[in-house]
Write a protein that binds this ligand. Structure first.
Ligand SMILES: [Mn+2]
Length: 480
């Protein structure tokens, strides 16, 4: 906690945060809350650090990136405790905004030195009376647990005491329904993401490596002053779901899967597109692409108030399964195949998740955000990976991202495939004809409204003809 790095202030204006904190207090009543910004993390030695970003709960309530800071609030009163500026700091980082500036822009009553935090907590009735959320970064978590005498152990999502749980629930309720500043930034992130994906398609050519395409994508986002919301997946091995390698060579006949999104003022976008390296889908690739696209478009259109997300997932699975039965890859009645989980052989993950300040919004709280009270994860293969099972309401933004993958680890797993091989459900001979489809995913971010859904990332081409026209477009320009 010694070094004070540069920090950034919000550009929205303090009313946004005053409003959000007021809504928080409305839910929490008289309970005091203590929210940690988190400290920066060293890469290899203390002065070489990862880009700092405040923890999302802190960011939501204050809007500032302030390493090591702690927000303490109760009722109308809200203060930030921070490390006083190191006198050496301006030499290396230039003049930073003063604490008076922080007060003005975040609307808190005061910024005070961290050394006064102990006394402030005592005045609030003691550390066991306040509500807090387990910080994400381990160093902050350890300090927080000691300071507030929480015994969270090693669990990434520990069980919460009553007041802590109340704060967690209040944050979930607030952050799940996005206000207009949040949506403004998510739309900006979506626009940058569009530019990135279009550039990546345009630069795609056989003989290039994945990292060249990744660079084309991220360069558009960087050029807009934004960072990535998560580590980009740009790969010809889309069947490896969390593939973070970028060294493979692009070959004619490959599909390239890009899952990448910009982060604007902390707000995420999360988009996947899949396109043929050659600029032309093979008939087998096109057949599967059309099925995934149909299930994706249908699911986007069903993002409506009151709809249970799990039903969207099952509906998308049914459309996929119907398509796979028509192609002869699966045999049986689509409805009963989905009931038995046969679709998960090719679509093992969930249809999507909440998105906001975190790309998987509030997953730091486990399933508290994603699953409505009383709902729990299924144990069935596939359904167990569903991250979201709530009834949709206006203001929620969710991703819709069905896919089809030839995952060797699944197809050789007798526990998963055994029953489907035994009764002939899985037609492996037919499947072998689709070997040039390793992974296809199509993903958009969709805002639930009181009426029709708004696909925030709709401007990113996904129809096959549009994609084929865009792939390699930069090359065509060079030749002209
Ligand atoms: Mn996603």
């Amino acid at each position: 906690m010694r070094l004070q790095m540069s920090f950034q202030l919000p550009s929205q204006g303090s009313w946004v945060f005053l409003e959000r904190r007021k809504r928080l207090v409305k839910q929490l009543g008289d309970v005091a809350f203590v929210v940690f910004a988190g400290t920066y993390r060293p890469r290899n030695y203390a002065a070489n650090i990862y880009r700092y970003r405040s923890d999302s709960h802190f960011l939501y309530l204050v809007g500032a990136h302030m390493p090591g800071a702690v927000l303490v609030g109760r009722g109308e009163q809200c203060e930030i405790f921070a490390e006083p500026e190191d006198p050496q700091n301006p030499l290396w980082h230039g003049d930073q905004p003063g604490w008076d500036e922080v007060v003005r822009q975040t609307g808190v009553s005061a910024v005070r030195p961290l050394s006064e935090l102990d006394d402030a907590l005592t005045q609030l009735g003691g550390v066991d009376k306040v509500a807090t959320l387990p910080a994400v970064d381990p160093a902050t978590r350890a300090w927080q647990a000691a300071l507030l005498t929480r015994s969270w152990g090693q669990a990434s999502v520990p069980p919460l005491a009553t007041n802590d749980a109340a704060l967690a629930d209040a944050m979930v309720n607030l952050r799940m329904v996005h206000d207009s500043p949040a949506l403004t930034y998510m739309r900006e992130a979506a626009a940058a993401t569009r530019a990135g994906h279009l550039a990546a398609m345009a630069q795609t050519r056989a003989g290039a490596r994945e990292h060249v395409i990744r660079a084309a994508l991220e360069s558009e986002i960087m050029a807009r002053g934004m960072a990535m919301a998560y580590g980009s997946i740009v790969t010809v091995h889309g069947e490896i779901l969390h593939n973070e390698d970028h060294h493979h060579l692009l070959e004619t006949g490959d599909l390239l899967l890009a899952d990448a999104g910009a982060e604007c003022e902390g707000w995420a976008s999360d988009v996947t597109r899949t396109w043929p390296v050659s600029g032309k889908f093979s008939p087998t690739q096109r057949a599967i692409y059309d099925i995934v696209l149909q299930s994706q478009v249908e699911a986007c259109d069903r993002v409506r108030s009151g709809v249970r997300y799990r039903d969207l997932h099952l509906g998308a699975s049914l459309t996929l399964t119907r398509g796979l039965v028509e192609l002869g890859i699966l045999r049986g009645t689509p409805e009963s195949l989905v009931e038995r989980g046969a679709h998960a052989l090719f679509f093992p993950h969930g249809l999507g998740h909440l998105i906001g300040l975190d790309v998987h919004d509030m997953e730091d709280l486990g399933d508290r955000a994603g699953y409505a009270p009383g709902r729990e994860r299924s144990e069935q293969f596939g359904l167990c990976y569903l991250r979201l099972d709530r009834d949709l309401q206006p203001g929620m933004v969710v991703t819709i991202e069905p896919g089809f993958y030839n995952v060797p680890a699944i197809l050789r797993d007798r526990d998963i495939c055994g029953q489907f091989d035994a009764d002939g459900t899985l037609n492996r001979e037919r499947l072998a004809q689709f070997a040039d489809v390793r992974g296809i995913r199509i993903e958009d971010d969709v805002l639930c409204t009181a009426g029709d859904p708004e696909v925030l990332t709709a401007a990113i081409v996904k129809d096959p003809a549009g994609i084929e026209a865009q792939v390699g477009a930069a090359l065509a320009d060079e030749r002209r």
